[in-house]
Design a protein around this ligand. Structure first.
Ligand SMILES: C[S@@+](CC[C@H](N)C(=O)[O-])C[C@H]1O[C@@H](n2cnc3c(N)ncnc32)[C@H](O)[C@@H]1O
Ligand SMILES: [Zn+2]
Length: 335
C-alpha cells in the first residue's frame, strides 16, 4: 500500500503483522497491522480495510460518525440513477476516469465508488464511519478498489497522489469544512481534478441572485428575492428541528423519519420535509441524513470558490441547482 501515510505523523507505514493474505495478487491484504515509521503507532487492517483513524473524544464527531454508519447500513443499495447523478454532480466527463487514480473522499456505502470503477478508474474509497463495510464486502469483486477507514481532516495518504478527487456532500459533515477541503485538495496531483459540493445557504442576496440554476427552475429566476426569503426561512426551520433531533438517540430520530417520508408523498406538503425522492425508503434515509448528524455546516459558492483558488486550483465549472443552493465546483490544480 505505497499510497498510504500514517494519520499521526503523515509518515510512511510498514507492514507490522501479516494475518490473512490476499487471495489474488490484485486484492488488498485482508488482515494484519501497519506501523507508522515515525512514532511506531499501530493501525489494524480488518477484512481488507486499513483503519487509519486517531481516537476522538469529541461527542459530535462520534455521533456524526455513528449516524452515518446507521444511515448507510439501511440504505436500499445502488440505484439506477447513480451514474447520472454522479456525472452531473462531479461535472466530470465520463471519459476522464479511465486509467486514473481516483479518491472518493467520504464514500459512505460506496454507491459512487462503484460508478467510478465502472468508468475504468482505480478507486481509493475513504470514509470515517463503518458505512464503508458495505463497500468492503464487495471489494473482492473489484481488483481496482481499495477501501480505507480514515478522517478527511487527517487523510492517511501521500500528498499530490490522485489524478482525480471528488467529495459529494461530505466536507460540511466534518468539524471544519474549510480544513477538510484543504486536506483533500492537497492530495491532488498538479494538473489533476478536484470536484466538491457542499450544503448551501441563502447568504447575501447579491450572492444568491447569481447562483447558477437548472433550466427547470424558472420561477426562482423570476422571483429571486422571494426565493431568497424562502431559503432563509427553510434554513431557520431546519436549524430549529435539528436542535432537537441531533440530540435524540439515533433509533428515535430514525423512527421520526417514517412519518416525514409518508408526508413526502403528499403534494405541496412534501416541501415541508427534507426529501422529495420518489422511493419511500430513500426518503426515510434522506430525511434522517438531514436531521440526524450533529455536524452540518452551510456555505456559499463564493466561499467554495475562494477555497479552490487559495489551494492552487482554477475553478472550471459551477454546479447548477434548484431553489436550495448547492455550491459545487470542479477545479483543476495548476500544472
Ligand atoms: C452524506 S454522506 C455522503 C456519502 C457519499 N459521498 C454519497 O454521496 O453516497 C457523508 C459521508 O461523510 C462521511 N464523513 C463525515 N465526516 C468525515 C470525516 N471527517 N472523514 C471522512 N468521512 C467523513 C460520513 O461517514 C458519511 O459517510
Ligand atoms: Zn506516527
Amino acid at each position: 500500500m505505497p499510497y498510504l501515510a500514517s494519520p499521526c505523523c503523515a509518515a510512511s507505514l510498514k507492514m507490522a503483522e501479516l494475518g490473512q493474505f490476499p487471495r489474488t495478487e490484485s486484492m488488498d491484504i485482508q488482515s494484519g497491522s501497519l506501523e507508522c515509521l515515525a512514532c511506531k503507532g499501530r493501525y489494524p487492517i480488518v477484512d481488507g480495510v486499513p483503519i487509519l483513524v486517531l481516537e476522538s473524544a469529541d461527542s459530535k464527531v462520534l455521533k456524526t460518525r455513528d449516524s452515518f454508519a446507521y444511515e448507510w447500513s439501511r440504505y436500499p443499495g445502488s440505484l439506477p440513477e447513480d451514474q447520472g447523478v454522479f456525472l452531473e454532480e462531479t461535472q466530470l466527463p465520463a471519459g476522464e476516469f479511465k486509467g486514473k487514480l481516483v479518491l472518493d473522499a467520504g464514500c459512505g456505502m460506496g454507491r459512487y465508488s462503484v460508478v467510478a470503477l465502472s468508468l475504468g478508474a482505480e478507486v481509493v474509497a475513504l470514509d470515517l464511519s463503518e458505512s464503508l463495510r458495505r463497500l468492503a464486502a464487495v471489494a473482492p469483486d473489484y481488483p481496482k478498489l481499495h477501501v480505507v477507514q480514515g478522517d478527511l481532516l487527517r487523510p492517511p495518504f501521500k500528498k499530490f497522489l490522485f489524478d482525480i478527487a471528488y467529495s459529494q456532500g461530505v466536507l460540511h459533515h466534518t468539524a471544519d469544512t474549510r480544513k477538510a477541503f484543504k486536506a483533500v485538495s492537497a492530495l491532488v496531483k498538479p494538473g489533476g481534478y478536484l470536484s466538491v459540493w457542499v450544503y448551501g445557504k441563502a447568504g447575501k442576496f447579491s450572492e444568491f441572485s447569481t447562483n447558477p440554476l437548472r433550466e427547470d427552475r424558472g420561477w426562482v429566476k423570476r422571483r429571486r428575492r422571494l426565493a431568497w426569503l424562502v431559503v432563509a426561512l427553510r434554513h431557520w426551520v431546519s436549524d430549529l428541528v435539528r436542535f432537537f433531533t441531533t440530540r435524540l438517540p439515533l433509533r428515535l430520530t430514525y423512527a421520526l423519519c417514517w412519518p416525514l417520508a409518508a408526508l413526502g408523498a403528499v403534494p405541496l406538503l412534501r416541501y415541508l420535509t427534507f426529501s422529495v425522492h420518489a422511493d419511500f425508503k430513500v426518503r426515510v434515509i434522506e430525511n434522517f441524513d438531514w436531521i440526524s448528524p450533529p455536524f452540518q455546516h452551510h456555505h456559499t459558492k463564493e466561499e467554495l470558490g475562494a477555497w479552490f483558488e487559495a489551494a492552487g486550483f482554477t475553478p472550471l465549472k459551477v454546479l447548477p441547482h434548484g431553489l436550495v443552493p448547492k455550491p459545487g465546483l470542479l477545479g483543476r490544480r495548476h500544472g
